[in-house]
Design a binder for this molecule. Structure first.
Ligand SMILES: *Cc1c(COP(=O)(O)O)cnc(C)c1O
Length: 449
């Protein structure tokens, strides 16, 4: 098979997979998972025809996928991929660009600059910010925190690039008790040390309690949160950030999914967040773009550009080239799908998307309460945190729902006891699917009571 026919065959299989998504089990069954053992072979001595490789991938791989791209996935805030973003992704794959700089790919450079501007406009963040399109909120947080540390140390007269961490003044990291695990991972990788972090106590909604905020000074890196993973709540930016600015601290905001509330009718949830120094957010969660697509946004564009610079004699580029704003050197043009998503939605479509999920989550919570469930969070965003009558019932209901293949959602612990977490984030999830989920949960509660 020549290359063109092979690609056509891949497209044919991809479309067949796509057509099956609405009916597909949301989580693969045991037989499909067991069949994955077929892949588990030694590295072959001799290669095979590419069409055979493709066929095996489809025959064994496709049935073992999680249909998070379908309408009945309520697990992590994952979203599906918007049609315009999926289509752009296919074209970008054909382009096969190394999107490190203008010299390597003029089209990627220009589109990612536009996408960065649009993201700041959609989220109401300062227009002078640098926007790096990295692989994940994890990687983008790492980039922002390294820019923060380098800048704080420079203000204290310490040259981090030249002298590193040995003997440097200590930077005090203050973060929420409910900070996301990947923020702690970024801190750990950057050498901050888990025992040296200062945790800010939270209120019953999981937001930092301003009255109990640890002291801030010019050596402080304060990390706040837009969208707590269980409750969807926001730290009180309008109160906390001015205090941090007063103290000359650096404020970073983890807004992996919650920052998109800024583009909705509920923008007041994140009031004041624009006063921070840096932000991370994902495209692959609530914006419904493909993996891996996240953004490191930094008000002081030079701070991010200096921390992430990777110019070499054979590869110099502008300060705002993507290779100088992210961890990657060679990289795919991941900002193009973000551009396509925003171009197809417009401000209106984006607002409607986020508004719809917030409304659906509120209605789902009401229905479940009416059916005897405990809803553990205030409904502010797209997360519904739910518990049955007993811990045993909570776990049994979740397991039965997962085994049904009709829907999927995951477990969590809330205040030390089991609960489950329903997230609304897919553009494909209509009111009919939310009703299907509610009916299933009400039925299981009666059966497993
Ligand atoms: C998902 C998530 C992250 C990590 O994002 P990745 O893109 O998966 O690295 C960080 N913070 C919050 C609040 C999240 O929900």
């Amino acid at each position: 098979m020549n290359e063109r026919n092979l690609l056509a065959e891949a497209d044919r299989r991809a479309l067949a997979y796509f057509d099956g998504t609405p009916e597909r089990r949301v989580y693969p069954d045991a037989a499909a998972i067991a069949a994955l053992a077929e892949f588990d072979r030694p590295l072959p001595e001799n290669g095979r025809a590419a069409e055979q490789v493709l066929q095996q991938l489809d025959d064994i791989g496709s049935p073992a996928t999680v249909a998070s791209n379908g309408p009945r996935y309520f697990g992590f805030v994952i979203g599906a991929t918007l049609p315009a973003a999926a289509a752009a992704e296919r074209l970008v794959l054909a382009w096969d660009q190394c999107a490190s700089s203008f010299d390597n790919s003029p089209v990627a450079d220009r589109l990612e600059k536009v996408a960065g501007r649009w993201v700041c406009q959609a989220l109401g963040l300062p227009s002078e910010s640098a926007v790096g399109f990295g692989t994940s909120a994890t990687a983008c947080t790492l980039a922002c925190l390294s820019a923060a540390r380098r800048t704080l140390l420079a203000r204290l007269g310490w040259d981090f690039d030249a002298d590193g961490l040995m003997g440097a003044p200590e930077i005090r990291v203050v973060l929420s008790e409910t900070a996301h695990i990947t923020v702690k991972k970024a801190l750990r990788v950057l050498g901050f040390g888990m025992n040296r972090l200062h945790y800010a106590p939270v209120d019953q909604h999981g937001r930092i309690d301003p009255a109990r905020l640890p002291a801030l000074d010019e050596r402080t890196l304060l990390i706040l949160q837009a969208g707590e993973v269980n409750t969807g709540e926001f730290d009180r930016f309008a109160e906390l950030i001015p205090r941090a600015r007063e103290a000359d601290a650096w404020v970073h905001v983890d807004g992996a999914f919650g920052l998109w509330a800024r583009a909705s009718s509920s923008a007041q949830l994140a009031e004041g967040v624009e006063q921070a120094d840096s932000w991370t957010t994902d495209g692959h969660k609530w914006l419904n773009t493909p993996y891996d697509s996240a953004m490191a946004i930094c008000r002081d564009a030079d701070a991010l550009a200096a921390a992430m610079n990777s110019d070499a004699a054979y590869a110099t580029a502008s300060r705002d080239a993507q290779k100088n704003l992210t961890l990657e050197f060679s990289r795919r043009a991941r900002g193009v799908a973000i551009w396509a998503a925003l171009a197809s939605l417009g401000r209106d479509g984006l607002r409607e998307l986020i508004d719809r999920h917030i409304r659906q989550a509120g209605e789902l919570a009401e229905t479940l309460r009416g059916g005897g469930y405990q809803v553990l969070n205030r409904m502010v965003l797209n997360q519904v945190l739910v518990r049955g009558d007993t811990d045993e019932q909570t776990v049994a209901i979740r397991e039965a729902a997962q085994a049904s293949g009709e829907v999927w959602f995951g477990p969590t612990l809330w205040q030390g006891r089991p609960a489950f977490r329903l997230s609304l984030s897919s553009w494909r999830t209509g009111d009919a699917e939310v009703r299907l989920l509610a009916d299933l949960l009400l039925r299981l509660k009666r059966q497993l009571g």
